[in-house]
Design a protein around this ligand. Structure first.
Ligand code: ADE
Ligand code: ZN
Length: 326
């Protein structure tokens, strides 16, 4: 359709993509073979058949198993390069990439291996595709704060390669308040801060992320709409939300894309953006996410333009890069 073409060619920024969640089944099997890693799945068809989730934890169990094939610097490079090539092909002009260092260091992979591989891909992609990039390191919230503090310490030799810190993994029972001190330290060190909140957890977790962690963006934020006062505050303070429609559908946060809250977010004046989260697992990159909500919710061309502009407004990139797109 016309609007589909318009979405595809529109310059976009992607602000919520877990690089480990861009590991396509084909690459997972190839890296398993290259590294001699035994997986429970022997074919692309078997893997894809396993991608039927009923909630976040269901997905995370498979996501952590999948990343076990990533062992060498080259693996991290190849993973990121494949994602960046796809993103550039969808006219994503700026991308801020999450990675989960503890998902690798906890199984004996050095922080240096991870960051060197990702960094080399980012620099190669900037040259080859002309997009701009940033790396955001996430703490796994199902693990304790002491481990997050050690991870922050481990990152310091590469301080200049990391623009921010985030918080992801199992939300329920792991409130933002659990990470108050490590986020305070990260802010003191000059990192931008974000946190997943209100994906499955309550509106209160969104409030905690703002008040206790002082984050500059909320990842997801869907459940904030349960609380009218919080919704009004998010609008007034122009807090960006990095919304991930296909993720919400596949993790059963919404029963049907027609029920997705994105349109309410826009009508409430929230600074919403559209992102892919874990594209290899949820069936689409950023353009497919735009198309899915546009069709299910009947978003207008103006809505699409607002969403794309919001993605640059909410980005942590240079003011000059931002102005080029706004
Ligand atoms: N890690 C990767 N994807 C995630 C998501 N959607 N929520 C929480 N943690 C994640
Ligand atoms: Zn996420």
């Amino acid at each position: 359709t016309d609007l589909g073409q318009f979405i595809a060619q529109l310059p976009k920024a992607e602000l919520h993509i877990h690089i480990e969640g861009s590991l396509e089944p084909e690459m997972m099997l190839a890296l398993a073979a290259r590294n001699g890693v035994q997986l429970r799945y022997g074919s692309v068809a078997e893997l894809r058949a396993a991608y039927r989730f009923t909630n976040l934890q269901d997905f995370l169990d498979l996501y952590y198993e999948g990343m076990s094939v990533l062992r060498q610097e080259q693996d991290f490079h190849d993973l990121a390069m494949a994602y960046l090539r796809r993103a550039a092909s969808q006219n994503v002009r700026h991308v801020e990439i999450f990675f989960d260092p503890q998902g690798h260091t906890e199984r004996g992979i050095a922080f240096k291996t991870v960051i060197d591989g990702l960094w080399r891909a980012l620099k190669d992609a900037e040259r080859e595709f002309g997009l701009t990039t940033g790396l955001i390191m996430c703490f796994l919230r199902h693990i304790d704060e002491a481990s997050a503090e050690r991870t922050l310490q481990q990152a310091l030799p590469w301080r200049d390669r990391i623009i921010g810190v985030g918080l992801d993994s199992s939300e329920k029972g792991n409130p933002p308040s659990k990470f108050r001190r490590v986020f305070e330290r990260a802010r003191d060190l000059g990192f931008a801060t974000v946190a997943h909140a209100g994906e499955e957890g309550p509106a209160d977790y969104v409030r905690e992320a703002l008040d206790i962690l002082a984050v500059r963006r909320i990842d997801h934020g869907n459940r904030a709409l349960d609380d009218p006062e919080l919704t009004a505050r998010l609008a007034a303070e122009k807090v960006p939300l990095t919304v991930c429609p296909l993720s919400n559908l596949r993790l059963c946060g919404v029963s049907d894309m027609a029920q997705h809250p994105l349109k309410h977010m826009l009508r409430a004046g929230l600074m919403a953006t559209v992102n892919s989260d874990d594209p290899a697992y949820f069936g689409g990159y950023v353009t497919e996410n735009f198309l899915a909500v546009q069709q299910a919710l009947g978003l207008t061309r103006e809505d699409i333009v607002t969403l794309a502009r919001n993605s640059f407004t909410a980005a942590f990139c240079d003011e000059a890069v931002k102005q080029r797109h706004l």
